[in-house]
Design a protein around this ligand. Structure first.
Ligand code: URP
Ligand code: ZN
Ligand code: ZN
Length: 487
């Protein structure tokens, strides 16, 4: 046999081109693109279908401790299984440090949860909640060396929010080590101030979650994060941007030549704050941070994609069950939105939503769809060209899409373990019916063909996206300091 597998007769799209040919796969790698490729042990018929790089979802929360009495609905097995059904071949979840913990120990714990249990490939970002001297000086440099080359920092959440000084310290380590910093930009004090006032006034229903985190809270933090990154001369990714004002902060920074990247998510294109306004506690299903906004913000987020201010479209999959004492309706959550766990499920639905709402409705091209959902994730996080494209030498991570297939999302049919979908009742057109990971069929005609453990852990090198501009940081600017040496 010439190849292990040939994918025959499809229309291939990458971030750059659309063309028709067959794909030859050997040993998990793409080894030929052409016609009349000869024989293979397995032929996958893709006629009438689109053949795209497998999706990479670089913002996914799995098996994270989520506060006293709260349990995240998905572990690595169920979360990566849902990811595979949704056309993904790789996810990047977080290894989350809590105050007082060693980051190295945290990474070991997440490996114990993930290794041997994943359906798609995984790599970890690190969440830094305790920026101690030991973490900054020893653990982070060693972990970057070992392939954990991106950190998330929070400007909000009890026990997680970093001060500006801590953010600067983390950014500075990122600059030294070549890691990329992801920033959750919402002003913690402003949210606490508003939450206290809302609760005192008896406004505790889920919809007040949105009122407690209005756009200025996100815009200010976005501006501050960008300013801090500029001081240190380090690229950053502003994650889950929900509105045009925060997006414009990113655009302005980009226009000034800074390496500031932006990510948005399905909830900011499709949901609004009205979804949090259900009878009784129904709105808790949609509580996530930043909150979904209004139709104007939706349009602005679409513009952010169309105009490439955003380079990433991720799910921010963060699944909690709804009617469950360890989920959205935990006993304290019933008393105030403050205690409703933040986050919504979406790792399976991310790609079909963007395909249907974006490509099918003519808002973005098929090539941009590939860029926003696969190629740019690989480029941003040091995985390209092994991942995120269809090219000779790349891993044969491929999603075969039926562009005509309609699916209506239902709580019972979505594959994660949240038990509900925020997109219930919505119909999408276009579905990834067959998915291959490193040449092996994971999902075929919507049926699972793989076992947990088919996904591998990948260490990552620091990527180009994280390289500093090389500008003199302000304290060493010779123009200001009469010729002091550059760092
Ligand atoms: O509400 C959200 N987004 N929950 C997940 C954690 C985070 O901030 O990304
Ligand atoms: Zn976040
Ligand atoms: Zn998140």
């Amino acid at each position: 046999m010439t190849f292990d597998t040939i994918i025959r007769g499809g229309t291939i799209a990458t971030a750059a081109d659309t063309f028709s040919c067959d794909i030859g796969i050997t040993g998990g790698t793409i080894t030929a693109l052409g016609t009349n490729l000869g024989d293979a042990s397995e032929i996958v018929d893709a006629s009438g279908k689109l053949v795209l790089p497998g999706g990479i979802d670089s913002h996914v929360h799995l098996s994270q401790p989520s506060g006293p009495g709260i349990t995240m609905a998905d572990d690595f097995e169920s979360g990566t299984r849902a990811a595979a059904f949704g056309g993904n071949t790789m996810v990047l979840p977080f290894a989350m440090q809590q105050k007082g913990e060693s980051l190295r120990e945290v990474v070991k714990q997440y490996h114990a949860k993930a290794d041997g249990n994943c359906y798609v490939d995984v790599s970890f970002h690190l969440i830094i909640a305790d920026a101690t001297d030991r973490v900054l000086g020893q653990e982070l440099p060693a972990l970057v060396e070992d392939g954990y080359t991106s950190f998330k920092v929070f400007m909000t959440y009890e026990g997680m929010a970093l001060s500006d000084m801590e953010m600067l310290n983390v950014m500075s380590v990122a600059r030294e080590t070549g890691a990329l910093v992801m920033v959750h930009a919402e002003n913690y004090d402003a949210i606490r101030f508003l939450t206290d006032r809302l609760e005192r006034a008896g406004h505790t229903a889920p919809r007040f979650h949105g009122t407690s985190r209005p756009i200025p809270v996100e815009r200010e933090a976005t501006h501050r994060a960008i300013s801090l990154a500029e001081l240190v001369d380090v690229p950053i990714m502003i994650v889950h941007v929900s509105n045009g004002e925060a997006m414009e902060e990113i655009r302005r920074a980009q226009q000034r030549g800074l390496k500031i990247y932006g990510e948005t998510c399905p909830q900011y294109l499709v949901l609004t704050e009205k979804d949090m306004d259900g009878l009784n506690m129904e709105g808790a299903r949609y509580v996530c941070s930043p909150p979904p906004r209004d139709e104007k913000s939706q349009k602005e987020c679409w513009a952010g994609l169309e105009q490439h201010v955003f380079s990433l479209f991720s799910s921010d999959h963060c699944p909690f069950r709804y009617d469950d004492p360890q989920g959205k309706l935990n006993p304290k959550g019933r008393t105030s939105f403050r205690w409703v766990p933040n986050g919504i499920p979406g790792v399976e639905t991310r790609l079909p939503i963007l395909f249907s709402e974006g490509v099918k409705k003519g808002r973005i091209s098929l090539n941009d769809f590939v860029a926003f959902t696969a190629t740019n994730h690989a480029k941003t996080y040091g995985l390209y060209p092994r991942k995120g494209t269809i090219a000779i030498g790349s891993d044969a991570d491929i999603a075969i899409w039926d562009p005509k297939k309609s699916v209506t999302f239902q709580d019972k049919t979505v594959k994660d373990r949240a038990g509900f979908t925020p997109w219930k009742g919505r119909t999408v057109k276009g579905w990834p019916t067959t998915v291959l990971l490193r040449g092996e069929v994971l999902v075929e005609n919507d049926k699972l063909r793989a076992k947990p453990g088919s996904g591998q852990f990948l260490a990552r090198k620091a990527g180009k996206a994280a390289e500093p501009l090389g500008r003199a940081t302000l304290e060493f600017d010779p123009k200001r300091n009469f010729g002091a040496k550059l760092r």
